[in-house]
Design a protein around this ligand. Sequence first.
Ligand code: ADP
Length: 432
Amino acid sequence: STEPQRLRWPVHVEVRLKSRSTSRFETIRTHVQAWITSFDRINLSSSLDGWEDVPELAASVERIVTSESACPSQSLSVDEMALQIHVYQPCESDAFEEFSNSTNEDDDETMAATVRELPNRSWEGLWDSLIYEDNIKLKLLDYIHATLVFSDAEVDFNLVSWNRVVLLHGPPGTGKTSLCRALAQKLSIRLSQRYSHARLLEINSHSLFSKWFSESGKLVQRLFSSISELADEEDAFLVVLIDEVESLTAARASAMAGTEPSDGLRVVNALLTQLDKLKHRKNVLVMSTSNLVKAIDSAFVDRADIVQYVDLPPREAVYEILRTSLCEIINRGIVSSTNVPSLQEALIYERTAPAHSSTMISNGSDAHEKSKLLGLRLLTLATQCKAQKMSGRALRRLPVLALARYIGAGSIISSDNTEIKGRTKVNGSTGS
Ligand code: ADP
């Protein structure tokens, strides 16, 4: 036909069901589709409201969000979207299976790996809480998508090949492990139509390699035979997370140093061989993290399709981390309610504000003025944190340290816009 092709943006809609819901996912999907297409436009990257008015949805649904989209605009009309609706019901239990690496009963047991069902309730919100520049999160999602397209098309592995291995490296506390878990969770939601189950298997590299090398070779074999058993279930998507993969190198290094020559090498080789076998499994993805990429065995790095550096957060990301932490303690009633400006708003205030205004103390009641000062103060704080090279982990614990200081100083009301409420409880007693 001569009809011009209209460009449609893929829009992912994630529908989370209540834990008690027994509705069929397919039924819910149909209702959500009908409900969304009844609108003219919808906002991207936001929580959607109004589904409570549809009885079938009100009974089963907990939340509907449109998640990250490559589309640059804020909203789209319904006929510009290629809707992809993902219905999921997170697993409530945080319980996991363990693989112990001891071969005989008297051995002190160290866990070699844990397995969790996905999507898991405990990791809801993790993806959104991680803040990076350069769209790292979307890049990783797109990569997985690309491998799926290739797998589906049954591309000849001799001509185009990939290993299904991702390596994230960078300073400690930059969210690498969390990102792997969040990505696994995201994938389990995105792929729920394709796979009826998803699991995350986390390998504890230390316990796998730090013990006796002569045992480790066997442990790797056993672990991977369990992995391939899990992967045999073609209906289940499996993410394997190898944390702190540089401990592998410790094995190789000690082999070089001549302490346990053949054993150390055998362990590394066993692992690499097993990884190679996994690349033929459509339903498996291997993610690994490292704090010291230079220390990783180059044979491993070579196998990674994506080697992504995860840096300490830049000032803008620091602001967002501080802002989301502050909003959380406001929502929980620990700090009195104040409007915390978005990064964009704060940057505008900064551009238009006279120098040093952020250190001024506001005693005015003007809510806008208060919020503006708060934004400027947070920006100043973000600059200081950045200069101190603080990691995401260090930033996330700042509120606790700040509250501890307030309690220690015995003050309830600060001189500026953030007031600690008297009902804060510390150790069961009312905070001073
Ligand atoms: P790593 O594996 O790099 O050592 P973790 O995944 O253990 O880091 O991160 C610890 C915690 O630090 C995370 O759960 C998260 O709360 C916080 N964090 C780290 N980096 C970021 C970030 N870029 N954005 C938001 N939070 C972060």
